[in-house]
Design a binder for this molecule. Sequence first.
Ligand code: PMP
Length: 359
Amino acid sequence: MAFRKVQYFSKTFAACELKRCLSQEAIRNGFAGMVGRTPLVRLNKFSAETGCEILAKAEFANGGGSVKDRAALYLIQQAQKDGQLKPGGTVVEGTAGNTGIGLAHICRALGYKCVIYMPNNQSQEKIDLLKVLGADVRPVPPCPFTDPNNYNHQAARFAASIENAVWTNQFDNTANRLAHIEMTGPEIWQDTNGKVDAVTFGTGTGGTLAGVGTYLKEKNKNVQVVLADPEGSVLYNFIKNGKLERTDGSSITEGIGQGRVTKNLEGAPIDDALAIRDTDAVENTFRLLYEEGFFCGASTGLNITAAVQTARLLGPGHTVVTCMCDVGQRYYAKLFSKDFLESKGLLEAVPEQYRANLH
Ligand code: PMP
């Protein structure tokens, strides 16, 4: 009798656990519920080639299609908590596009207006998507951060000039990094059961790398945190020799590469940096598409290149985690255009057997 009772209770307990699990996982609460808990995917070809586990967070599975949805959610939630953003208010941001897209989605869900300043050399698809989302998009000529006309400073000035508006300031507002300390890092730790030897990410604001790195180092100080830097960015030299000197060349990757150390990157526990060439980033973006089936942008190809290089340095049997940052649809007219690649001298970087698919 006593035995039956125990069995009954344990079954009930199991049913409760299952229900709780289902309500957390199966039913997401509105758009905010679609930010985070992205799948961690084993990239089979890249893993087999290196003898390591090459795992990638499928960040395109966030509701707005990129890793930046996480920062967007935290930036808005912090502005609400601080009382800077009141009902019906306006969110203003300077962005290469993906943070703006995340913000625009969240603004639709929460009833805020959204004004986006972005450099006019970013992809037309991101600008078009922002317009469809109802954001007021203001493409401006690209110029350095030190120039008062830089898109970030224009966003700050505009927000200060209107009532009930907030400049979310993704580069220097550490609510961005916190999103990755509280969400992305713990997700990686849980999904790998703590078996992670290295993480590697390209850096725009630095939120992803600094946030994930901070959380994982707290769990295990031996996790290697590796910055993946595109051509023409200063961060590779900064990590290697403390100098803010640009590497040679320039990159077609959008959303990553930096000219300074942002507040989000400041103090991040970074062990090493890799300078990744566009030729490798492009090759691996196409290999990811045609050999693994994932259609992503060039920052993802750069991340995967860095993950493979890190795996080779560590040797077989290790686990390296990176991220698939956004969807390839954002770059049809550039990265996936034969003419564009040819104009940048990158057509040869696409493996020959895949070039016929370009037009
Ligand atoms: N990849 C893409 C496509 C991005 O838009 C960004 C952010 N601009 C990143 C990577 C880098 O993310 P983070 O800002 O967290 O460094």
